[in-house]
Design a protein around this ligand. Structure first.
Ligand SMILES: Nc1nc2c(ncn2[C@@H]2O[C@H](COP(=O)(O)OP(=O)(O)OP(=O)(O)O)[C@@H](O)[C@H]2O)c(=O)[nH]1
Ligand SMILES: [Mg+2]
Length: 305
């Protein structure tokens, strides 16, 4: 399936939320309000929705304006908003680029957001680019978590480092980094899910970071916060806490295929000024896609390129 169609399919539920009935109507106050509500239903966020609706109001569309034109206009506005936050995750992995060796990538986030799956997807992408990542099972709480990562590693054909069950995760990460061979040009660290209100678990994450720095002062080279697209506006408090406590370089929004709230990342990017490195649009290892502002906004509003 072509890339645009995949994203479009993924965002279909959100696009359906944005059904606008405009034919023959001049965009009056009621209509503007309708648009604003539709945007909020798609989880664009109240402030951003108001801003976008305001732009439609200012534009003074005529009675002849078609729904398609309004969609086009909204898509363009959203694209402009998001453009500065297009992460360069895929581009900077270009093997010709200079990068640290190994490149250490820490993947963090709340329980069930899709961290382990995302680690697998990144590994797949790296492998396809001719790289050799070492996966690290930094989730030592649940045995199933380690098994899940090991299964992915086997499926993709990459190495995985697993510590002892119940071991201190920071220790496991340290050992993994020590043992990563000269052939490993990246270390992808999966971590246990932790709620943003669990101070003790956030401290543990800080410890993991400290340990990484012992090995390489400049690492982690990329700290990725994985957010669940289905969470909607609740993702804000997650982003805020992880940003403040741990520091993040970018976000990956998963499950965009399963949500009617695909608009959440608009307000997220805008509010926290965090690059969106990629999006997850399925459970398979190839379902990680670059975040492209134009493709995303066109798919969200269901307009053609
Ligand atoms: N539809 C869909 N499902 C996804 C996506 N990413 C992950 N999932 C599913 O979400 C569920 C949780 O994914 P995991 O990768 O285990 O999440 P996690 O953050 O590692 O979970 P914990 O380790 O328990 O915190 C699994 O069933 C995944 O298959 C996605 O982009 N789309
Ligand atoms: Mg996991």
């Amino acid at each position: 399936m072509e890339f645009f169609d995949k994203i479009k399919n993924a965002l279909k539920k959100t696009a359906d939320q944005l059904s606008l009935s405009v034919t023959g109507k001049k965009p009056d106050e009621n209509f503007i309000h309708e648009i604003e509500e539709a945007l909020i239903r798609a989880d664009v966020g109240a402030a951003t929705a108001a801003k976008l609706a305001g732009k439609i109001a200012d534009k003074k569309f005529s009675r002849e304006t078609t729904e398609k034109e309004i969609r086009r206009y909204l898509a363009d506005e959203i694209c402009t908003l998001l453009k500065p936050f297009e992460g360069d995750f895929f581009r900077r992995r270009d093997p010709r680029n200079l990068r640290p060796d190994p490149e250490i990538i820490l993947v963090i986030g709340v329980n069930g957001n899709g961290k382990t799956t995302t680690v697998a997807k990144i590994a797949r992408m790296f492998k396809a680019a001719g790289r050799n990542p070492l996966l690290t099972a930094g989730d030592t709480f649940r045995e199933a978590a380690t098994e899940q990562l090991v299964l992915w590693a086997e499926k993709i054909g990459v190495d995985v480092y697993v510590g002892k069950k119940g071991a201190d995760p920071a220790g496991v990460v340290y050992d993994a980094l020590k043992q990563s061979g000269p052939t490993h040009d990246a270390v992808l660290i999966d971590t246990a899910g932790r709620m943003q209100n669990r101070g003790d678990l956030l401290d543990e994450l800080e410890k993991i970071k400290r340990v990484i720095k012992k090995i390489d002062e400049s690492a982690p080279h990329l700290t990725v916060l994985v957010l669940d697209g289905v969470t909607g506006q609740a993702a804000h408090s997650q982003a805020e806490t992880f940003l403040r406590k741990i520091g993040i370089d970018g976000i990956i929004v998963t499950k965009l295929d399963g949500t009617a709230k695909g608009g959440a990342l608009i307000s997220l990017a805008e509010k926290y000024k965090i690059p969106i490195l990629a999006v997850g649009i399925g459970e398979g290892p190839d379902d990680l896609k670059p975040f492209d502002a134009e493709t995303y906004s066109n798919a969200l509003l269901d307009v053609d390129r």
